[in-house]
Design a protein around this ligand. Structure first.
Ligand code: FHN
Length: 624
């Protein structure tokens, strides 16, 4: 990036998208006034050119895009949570933590003096940076982000700021240095997770009141005696300088759980980070981001991090990254063998890419330095699929369609559209609905055999009967006559005569609790109506939030009362821990062709994992 340019403080989505850092919450906003606000704010912001109050460099949108390009093209990274807690594997003195394993000191209220004894035994005799990086590379991952310091305050690097670090253990090796050098040797980018606000080893690491108390070490320290500015000055800021000075180029800074920091403190983190590493990419969890109003316009980040392990399916203009686990804990848990299968991994990756996002998939190495063999196996299998089909993922951009398809996800790259088929249709035909740009030729990725297809107005129907179905997903390549896409974004009955009304295509009026859609019917008939909604909340006890609401569906002059029932449930491949619940709510007849509207009334909708309201996914009208 040109040195004389100022780096612009990039606030993206603060108007509409926010995250509570317990994990994350994304405020519902689909084609609502807030969304319009969000868009106009993005444009306005980039044009504002007003450097922030803090003397920080300004960056134009072009420079931002240029700096982000490698990250957006990469799509897929490895997250690594490793530290003293890895020795416990989720259990301490016979007690198993009910939560994620790296929080064990906090969850089981282990006194610091006890917990720090783990330093005496941390000796990862089997650690090999080369092996870790090779596993990531074989998986098809393009970058690695590792916990340089997690909430317990223990550093995996040689720190002169605190002796609570890996150099003072029997292992005594600078893991960050070894891993960084190996990443760049094998051609992977390298990022550091740094818990910049939470630190259970520092007596002054104050986060805030109320539920924020549980993020502090209240076993050894009294929040009333804490002084965050002291903690930041004594540890967080100087350690950040260490990791950004001592290891050459660092490509990503993955701040986490920044709730409670004020904007001046956040800007100081930016200042330190950007002055030492001008091209670094910064995560959104540096800040509070609990609610738009609590962020002033100088907030910034380079990519948005929504909820852990939870894809709402929303598309963002700004790049985002879904962070996920390979079982249900970030740090190693010896009792959790529920590993994410290769199909889930590929589905989550492509679902993210299809909506302009990356996928950061975590491994939690054991104390000896080995990554458990099961996730390694699954990552490798998924990597083999990517080796063959990576063209439909890497360097692609998001789907141009505002809706989703039953058969899978769309990605694109200039005049090529990749239809990643996960759910093979019984009819052996799939459709693109709304594409007006003419298709030139259609093949299965890796094959030169042209597939037969018909394109009639907005309906492109592709015959898959000659395609050899792959494991997990089969990408179909639609080469278009032009890269200038012409899409009819009106919702229409599809080729199989069904109608799919996605939440992400609804007009949502929050105050009126009204979600509405307009759509066209080309083949009248009788339809069964099903509402599909997602469970959400904690991994351990997913909740069908908002399902107790009562309301109605109004369509074609008929009012159908709605109270949701669990008639069908399937595990949503991008919601590892959660199910999609189908509720049959009635029937409707469309007697003639034409445009209709459907209103779902009485339901507060909240897509985010921690938001109130029903996690509406879609409404299906299936022809009888
Ligand atoms: O509290 C952390 C947690 O331990 C883990 O590091 C995840 C990774 O996204 N971040 C926070 C919870 O969202």
């Amino acid at each position: 990036m040109k040195a004389n340019y100022f780096y612009n403080l990039l606030f993206l989505g603060f108007i509409v998208i926010f995250t509570s850092c317990k994990e994350d919450v994304k405020k519902e906003s689909v084609n609502s006034s807030e969304e319009l606000n969000y868009q106009s704010n993005i444009e306005a912001y980039f044009k504002s050119n007003t450097p922030s109050k803090v003397d920080l460099p300004y960056e134009t949108e072009e420079e931002y895009q240029e700096r982000m390009q490698w990250w957006k093209d990469a799509k897929y990274g490895m997250f690594i949570h490793w530290g003293l807690y890895s020795q416990l594997g989720g259990e301490y003195k016979g007690e198993v933590t009910p939560k994620i394993a790296e929080w064990i000191q906090n969850t089981l209220k282990i006194p610091a003096v006890e917990y720090k004894k783990l330093m005496e035994t941390f000796n990862a005799t089997k650690f090999s940076a080369e092996e870790w990086v090779s596993i990531a590379k074989a998986a098809g991952m393009k970058y690695i982000v590792i916990t340089s310091k997690h909430h317990d305050g223990f550093a995996l690097f040689d720190s002169k700021v605190s002796d609570y670090d890996v150099m003072n253990t029997p292992f005594g090796r600078d893991v960050i240095k070894e891993l960084k050098d190996e990443c760049h040797r094998q051609g992977l980018k390298f990022g550091l997770y740094y818990s910049h606000a939470i630190d259970w080893d520092h007596p002054q690491a104050y986060i805030g009141e109320g539920e924020l108390q549980n993020r502090m070490n209240t076993v050894d320290f009294d929040p009333n005696d804490m002084d965050r500015s002291k903690y930041l000055k004594e540890k967080s800021f100087p350690q950040l300088k260490e990791i950004l000075t001592n290891y050459g180029t660092i490509d990503i800074l993955w701040f986490d759980m920044g709730k409670g920091l004020d904007n001046e403190e956040i800007r100081e983190f930016v200042k330190i980070t950007k002055e030492l590493q001008p091209n670094i990419i910064i995560s959104s969890r540096i800040g509070d981001e609990v609610a738009p109003t609590s962020l002033n316009k100088d907030m910034y980040f380079d990519f948005f991090t929504p909820s852990d392990n939870y894809s709402t399916g929303d598309q963002f203009e700004i790049p985002f990254e879904m962070a996920g686990t390979t079982n249900s804990s970030w740090g190693y848990r010896k009792d959790d063998k529920e590993w994410r299968e290769p199909g889930f991994i590929i589905n989550s990756l492509i679902a993210s890419a299809s909506r302009n996002g990356n996928y950061l998939l975590n491994v939690g190495p054991m104390a000896n330095g080995l990554i458990p063999s099961e996730p390694v196996k699954n990552l490798k299998i998924a990597g083999e699929w990517l080796k063959k089909n990576g063209e439909s993922v890497y360097n692609t951009t998001a789907s141009p369609f505002p809706w989703n398809y039953n058969w899978g996800y769309v990605t694109q790259n200039e005049n090529k559209m990749y239809l990643n088929v996960f759910n093979w249709p019984k009819s052996n035909r799939i459709e693109l609905n709304g594409l007006l740009t003419k298709a030139d030729k259609i093949t299965a990725l890796g094959s030169s055999d042209n597939l037969s297809f018909t394109q009639d107005g907005r309906f492109l129907s592709i015959d898959l009967s000659t395609v050899t179905k792959q494991d997990f997903a089969t990408p179909i390549v639609v080469e278009l006559k032009s890269a200038e896409l012409n899409i009819d974004k009106k919702i229409s009955q599809n080729i199989e005569n069904d109608i799919r009304l996605d939440r992400i295509t609804s007009q949502y009026m929050k105050d009126e609790k009204l979600s509405s859609w307009n759509f066209t019917v080309h083949t009248p008939g009788k339809f069964k109506i099903k509402i599909v909604s997602n469970e959400k909340g904690n991994h351990s006890k997913p909740d069908w939030t908002g399902a107790d609401q009562k309301g109605s569906v109004q369509v074609a002059g008929k009012i159908i009362p709605v109270s949701l029932t669990r008639d069908t449930e399937i595990v949503n491949p991008t919601l590892f821990f959660y199910k999609e619940i189908g509720s049959n709510v009635g029937e409707i007849e469309f007697t003639k062709k034409g445009t209709y509207s459907l209103q779902l009334k009485g339901f507060e909708i909240g897509a985010g994992k921690w938001t109130k309201g029903l996690g509406l996914n879609r409404i299906e009208l299936v022809q009888k």
